[in-house]
Design a protein around this ligand. Structure first.
Ligand code: MG
Length: 300
Protein backbone atom coordinates (compact mmCIF):
# COMPACT_ATOMS: atom_id res chain seq x y z
CA UNK A 1 0.00 0.00 0.00
CA UNK A 2 1.19 3.50 -0.85
CA UNK A 3 0.07 6.87 0.48
CA UNK A 4 0.51 10.14 -1.37
CA UNK A 5 -0.51 13.73 -0.83
CA UNK A 6 -2.38 14.53 -4.02
CA UNK A 7 -3.83 17.54 -5.78
CA UNK A 8 -7.28 17.50 -7.27
CA UNK A 9 -10.13 19.78 -8.24
CA UNK A 10 -11.08 20.35 -4.60
CA UNK A 11 -7.55 20.97 -3.30
CA UNK A 12 -5.22 18.55 -1.54
CA UNK A 13 -6.25 15.11 -0.37
CA UNK A 14 -4.57 11.83 0.53
CA UNK A 15 -4.57 9.12 -2.12
CA UNK A 16 -4.02 5.46 -1.23
CA UNK A 17 -2.88 2.74 -3.62
CA UNK A 18 -4.11 -0.67 -2.59
CA UNK A 19 -4.26 -3.76 -4.78
CA UNK A 20 -3.08 -1.72 -7.77
CA UNK A 21 -5.99 0.74 -7.48
CA UNK A 22 -5.93 4.32 -6.18
CA UNK A 23 -8.66 5.49 -3.83
CA UNK A 24 -9.48 8.82 -2.17
CA UNK A 25 -8.26 7.99 1.35
CA UNK A 26 -9.35 11.32 2.81
CA UNK A 27 -13.00 10.52 2.04
CA UNK A 28 -12.60 6.82 2.77
CA UNK A 29 -11.18 7.51 6.23
CA UNK A 30 -14.05 9.84 7.10
CA UNK A 31 -16.60 7.13 6.30
CA UNK A 32 -14.54 4.51 8.13
CA UNK A 33 -14.39 6.71 11.22
CA UNK A 34 -18.17 7.17 11.19
CA UNK A 35 -18.68 3.39 10.86
CA UNK A 36 -16.08 2.44 13.48
CA UNK A 37 -16.56 5.22 16.02
CA UNK A 38 -19.99 6.65 15.23
CA UNK A 39 -18.42 10.11 15.08
CA UNK A 40 -16.63 12.22 12.47
CA UNK A 41 -12.86 11.86 12.54
CA UNK A 42 -10.12 14.31 11.63
CA UNK A 43 -10.02 15.42 8.00
CA UNK A 44 -6.82 13.83 6.68
CA UNK A 45 -6.18 16.27 3.86
CA UNK A 46 -2.39 15.70 3.63
CA UNK A 47 0.23 13.26 4.88
CA UNK A 48 1.46 16.02 7.24
CA UNK A 49 -1.92 15.87 9.00
CA UNK A 50 -1.70 12.07 9.11
CA UNK A 51 1.79 12.19 10.67
CA UNK A 52 0.52 14.65 13.30
CA UNK A 53 -2.33 12.28 14.13
CA UNK A 54 0.06 9.29 14.19
CA UNK A 55 -1.88 7.57 11.40
CA UNK A 56 0.81 6.86 8.80
CA UNK A 57 1.32 3.12 9.21
CA UNK A 58 -0.06 -0.09 7.79
CA UNK A 59 -1.56 -0.90 11.19
CA UNK A 60 -3.79 2.19 10.88
CA UNK A 61 -4.49 2.02 7.16
CA UNK A 62 -5.24 -1.71 6.82
CA UNK A 63 -8.36 -1.66 9.06
CA UNK A 64 -9.76 1.22 6.98
CA UNK A 65 -9.29 -0.72 3.77
CA UNK A 66 -10.67 -3.97 5.14
CA UNK A 67 -13.73 -2.33 6.72
CA UNK A 68 -14.55 -0.53 3.47
CA UNK A 69 -14.17 -3.86 1.66
CA UNK A 70 -16.57 -5.57 4.10
CA UNK A 71 -19.21 -2.95 3.35
CA UNK A 72 -18.55 -3.05 -0.39
CA UNK A 73 -17.61 0.63 -0.32
CA UNK A 74 -14.11 0.53 -1.81
CA UNK A 75 -15.25 1.25 -5.37
CA UNK A 76 -17.12 4.31 -4.18
CA UNK A 77 -13.78 5.97 -3.40
CA UNK A 78 -11.88 4.77 -6.48
CA UNK A 79 -10.05 7.45 -8.44
CA UNK A 80 -10.74 7.41 -12.15
CA UNK A 81 -7.07 8.11 -12.91
CA UNK A 82 -3.70 8.10 -11.13
CA UNK A 83 -3.48 11.02 -8.68
CA UNK A 84 -1.27 14.05 -9.23
CA UNK A 85 1.23 13.54 -6.40
CA UNK A 86 2.76 16.42 -4.48
CA UNK A 87 5.67 16.39 -2.05
CA UNK A 88 4.42 13.67 0.34
CA UNK A 89 5.02 15.72 3.50
CA UNK A 90 7.36 18.24 5.09
CA UNK A 91 9.88 16.29 7.21
CA UNK A 92 11.17 17.79 10.44
CA UNK A 93 14.62 16.35 9.77
CA UNK A 94 16.37 14.90 6.74
CA UNK A 95 19.34 12.79 7.77
CA UNK A 96 21.50 11.50 4.95
CA UNK A 97 24.07 8.74 4.80
CA UNK A 98 27.24 9.27 2.78
CA UNK A 99 29.28 6.55 1.02
CA UNK A 100 26.90 3.75 1.93
CA UNK A 101 27.62 1.72 -1.24
CA UNK A 102 31.22 0.52 -1.71
CA UNK A 103 31.25 1.31 -5.43
CA UNK A 104 30.10 4.88 -4.76
CA UNK A 105 32.71 5.36 -2.02
CA UNK A 106 35.33 4.17 -4.54
CA UNK A 107 34.17 6.54 -7.30
CA UNK A 108 34.58 9.48 -4.90
CA UNK A 109 38.09 8.31 -3.96
CA UNK A 110 37.20 6.95 -0.53
CA UNK A 111 37.32 3.60 1.20
CA UNK A 112 34.11 2.07 2.54
CA UNK A 113 33.41 3.74 5.92
CA UNK A 114 33.75 1.83 9.19
CA UNK A 115 30.71 3.60 10.68
CA UNK A 116 27.79 5.45 9.08
CA UNK A 117 28.65 8.89 7.67
CA UNK A 118 25.69 11.03 8.79
CA UNK A 119 24.94 14.53 7.54
CA UNK A 120 21.77 16.55 7.01
CA UNK A 121 19.89 18.39 4.31
CA UNK A 122 17.59 21.29 5.04
CA UNK A 123 13.88 20.30 4.93
CA UNK A 124 13.35 23.67 3.22
CA UNK A 125 15.15 22.22 0.17
CA UNK A 126 12.34 19.69 -0.38
CA UNK A 127 10.32 19.81 -3.57
CA UNK A 128 7.72 17.40 -4.93
CA UNK A 129 7.51 15.32 -8.10
CA UNK A 130 7.51 17.42 -11.26
CA UNK A 131 8.91 20.53 -9.53
CA UNK A 132 12.06 21.99 -11.06
CA UNK A 133 15.55 21.54 -9.61
CA UNK A 134 16.97 25.03 -10.06
CA UNK A 135 20.69 25.50 -10.61
CA UNK A 136 22.91 28.51 -11.28
CA UNK A 137 25.99 28.50 -13.45
CA UNK A 138 27.97 29.74 -10.44
CA UNK A 139 27.19 26.49 -8.58
CA UNK A 140 29.58 24.57 -10.85
CA UNK A 141 28.92 20.85 -11.17
CA UNK A 142 25.59 19.68 -9.71
CA UNK A 143 24.99 15.92 -9.43
CA UNK A 144 21.99 13.63 -9.03
CA UNK A 145 22.03 11.06 -6.22
CA UNK A 146 19.05 8.69 -6.32
CA UNK A 147 18.38 7.10 -2.93
CA UNK A 148 15.96 4.93 -0.99
CA UNK A 149 14.62 6.98 1.93
CA UNK A 150 13.19 5.67 5.20
CA UNK A 151 10.17 7.54 6.58
CA UNK A 152 9.78 7.46 10.36
CA UNK A 153 6.29 6.81 11.78
CA UNK A 154 6.90 6.76 15.54
CA UNK A 155 9.14 8.69 17.92
CA UNK A 156 12.35 6.69 18.36
CA UNK A 157 15.35 7.02 20.68
CA UNK A 158 17.96 4.44 21.70
CA UNK A 159 16.44 1.83 19.41
CA UNK A 160 18.06 -1.56 19.18
CA UNK A 161 18.74 -3.05 15.78
CA UNK A 162 16.27 -5.91 16.32
CA UNK A 163 13.42 -3.45 17.04
CA UNK A 164 14.48 -0.77 14.57
CA UNK A 165 11.78 -1.37 11.97
CA UNK A 166 9.02 -0.77 14.55
CA UNK A 167 9.47 2.99 14.15
CA UNK A 168 9.42 2.92 10.32
CA UNK A 169 6.21 4.06 8.61
CA UNK A 170 7.45 3.30 5.13
CA UNK A 171 9.81 4.19 2.33
CA UNK A 172 10.02 6.90 -0.27
CA UNK A 173 12.54 8.21 -2.81
CA UNK A 174 14.95 11.12 -2.37
CA UNK A 175 17.19 12.70 -4.97
CA UNK A 176 20.06 14.01 -2.84
CA UNK A 177 21.03 16.70 -5.37
CA UNK A 178 24.55 17.91 -4.61
CA UNK A 179 26.60 20.93 -5.73
CA UNK A 180 29.71 18.76 -6.14
CA UNK A 181 32.28 21.46 -6.81
CA UNK A 182 31.16 23.48 -3.80
CA UNK A 183 31.09 20.33 -1.66
CA UNK A 184 34.68 19.49 -2.67
CA UNK A 185 35.81 23.06 -2.01
CA UNK A 186 34.18 22.98 1.43
CA UNK A 187 35.71 19.59 2.27
CA UNK A 188 39.09 20.98 1.22
CA UNK A 189 38.66 23.87 3.64
CA UNK A 190 37.53 21.57 6.46
CA UNK A 191 33.98 22.98 6.25
CA UNK A 192 30.70 21.01 6.54
CA UNK A 193 28.75 19.77 3.49
CA UNK A 194 25.51 21.48 4.46
CA UNK A 195 25.44 24.31 1.90
CA UNK A 196 26.16 22.11 -1.14
CA UNK A 197 23.39 19.70 -0.09
CA UNK A 198 20.72 22.16 1.01
CA UNK A 199 20.32 24.72 -1.74
CA UNK A 200 16.73 25.60 -2.61
CA UNK A 201 15.07 22.73 -4.56
CA UNK A 202 17.98 20.30 -3.94
CA UNK A 203 15.82 17.65 -2.27
CA UNK A 204 13.17 16.18 -4.56
CA UNK A 205 11.12 13.68 -2.54
CA UNK A 206 8.23 11.36 -3.42
CA UNK A 207 6.07 10.48 -5.22
CA UNK A 208 4.52 8.37 -2.43
CA UNK A 209 5.24 6.59 0.86
CA UNK A 210 5.24 2.81 0.50
CA UNK A 211 3.99 1.43 3.81
CA UNK A 212 6.36 -1.02 5.46
CA UNK A 213 4.36 -4.18 5.13
CA UNK A 214 5.12 -4.05 1.40
CA UNK A 215 8.91 -3.91 1.79
CA UNK A 216 10.54 -5.87 4.61
CA UNK A 217 14.13 -6.47 5.64
CA UNK A 218 16.41 -7.46 4.12
CA UNK A 219 15.51 -4.79 1.60
CA UNK A 220 16.11 -5.84 -1.97
CA UNK A 221 14.85 -2.90 -3.98
CA UNK A 222 16.38 -1.82 -7.29
CA UNK A 223 17.51 1.81 -7.47
CA UNK A 224 17.79 3.36 -10.94
CA UNK A 225 18.44 6.90 -12.10
CA UNK A 226 17.79 8.03 -15.65
CA UNK A 227 18.57 11.41 -17.15
CA UNK A 228 16.68 12.21 -20.36
CA UNK A 229 15.91 8.47 -20.51
CA UNK A 230 19.57 7.40 -20.30
CA UNK A 231 20.48 5.04 -17.45
CA UNK A 232 23.02 6.69 -15.11
CA UNK A 233 22.77 4.82 -11.79
CA UNK A 234 21.69 1.22 -11.22
CA UNK A 235 22.05 -0.83 -8.07
CA UNK A 236 20.08 -2.62 -5.38
CA UNK A 237 19.59 -1.76 -1.72
CA UNK A 238 20.95 -5.18 -0.69
CA UNK A 239 24.36 -3.59 -1.42
CA UNK A 240 23.96 -0.99 1.34
CA UNK A 241 27.00 -1.18 3.64
CA UNK A 242 24.87 -0.19 6.65
CA UNK A 243 21.32 -1.50 6.31
CA UNK A 244 18.20 0.29 7.56
CA UNK A 245 18.10 -1.29 11.06
CA UNK A 246 21.80 -0.52 11.54
CA UNK A 247 21.27 3.11 10.51
CA UNK A 248 18.29 3.59 12.84
CA UNK A 249 20.14 1.99 15.77
CA UNK A 250 23.20 4.17 15.11
CA UNK A 251 21.32 7.46 14.65
CA UNK A 252 18.92 7.04 17.59
CA UNK A 253 21.83 6.58 19.98
CA UNK A 254 22.39 10.31 19.45
CA UNK A 255 19.29 11.84 17.86
CA UNK A 256 15.57 11.32 18.57
CA UNK A 257 13.66 10.54 15.40
CA UNK A 258 10.13 11.93 15.04
CA UNK A 259 7.18 11.00 12.80
CA UNK A 260 7.80 12.27 9.28
CA UNK A 261 11.59 12.41 9.62
CA UNK A 262 13.50 11.00 6.65
CA UNK A 263 16.72 9.02 6.47
CA UNK A 264 18.17 9.03 2.93
CA UNK A 265 20.18 5.81 2.88
CA UNK A 266 22.90 6.81 0.42
CA UNK A 267 23.43 6.72 -3.31
CA UNK A 268 25.01 3.99 -5.43
CA UNK A 269 27.73 4.56 -8.01
CA UNK A 270 27.07 6.48 -11.21
CA UNK A 271 26.68 10.03 -9.91
CA UNK A 272 26.87 12.48 -12.81
CA UNK A 273 26.15 16.13 -13.59
CA UNK A 274 22.77 17.69 -14.31
CA UNK A 275 22.31 20.69 -16.59
CA UNK A 276 19.30 22.91 -17.29
CA UNK A 277 16.92 21.19 -19.69
CA UNK A 278 17.53 17.73 -18.22
CA UNK A 279 14.76 15.51 -16.88
CA UNK A 280 15.96 13.31 -14.02
CA UNK A 281 14.05 10.22 -12.90
CA UNK A 282 14.77 8.08 -9.85
CA UNK A 283 12.92 4.76 -9.90
CA UNK A 284 12.58 2.33 -7.01
CA UNK A 285 9.96 -0.30 -7.66
CA UNK A 286 7.49 -0.68 -6.01
CA UNK A 287 7.57 2.90 -4.64
CA UNK A 288 7.45 4.45 -8.10
CA UNK A 289 9.38 7.07 -10.07
CA UNK A 290 10.41 10.50 -8.81
CA UNK A 291 10.75 12.73 -11.87
CA UNK A 292 11.96 16.35 -11.93
CA UNK A 293 13.03 18.78 -14.63
CA UNK A 294 16.21 20.83 -14.23
CA UNK A 295 15.96 24.55 -14.84
CA UNK A 296 18.41 27.46 -14.82
CA UNK A 297 18.08 29.78 -11.85
CA UNK A 298 18.40 33.36 -13.13
CA UNK A 299 21.78 34.87 -12.31
CA UNK A 300 22.08 37.43 -9.52
MG1 MG B 1 23.58 11.14 -0.99
Amino acid sequence: MKLATAQGGRGTYVALETGGEWIDYTKAHQIYHLLAHDAPGPVLSTLDVMFREGLVSSEHVEPVVSRLGEYGLTERFALSEAPVCLQPHRPGKILCIGRNYSAHAAETGHEAPKQPVVFSKSPAACIGPGCPIRIRETYGRVDHEGELAVVIGKRAKDVRRENALDCVAGYTIVNDVTARDIQQQDIGKGLPWFLSKSMDSFCPVGPAVLLTNALVEPLEADVEVRVNGELRQQSNTRRLIFDVPALIAYITEYITLEPGDIIATGTPEGIAPLVPGDQVEVTIPPIGTLSNPVEAEPPL
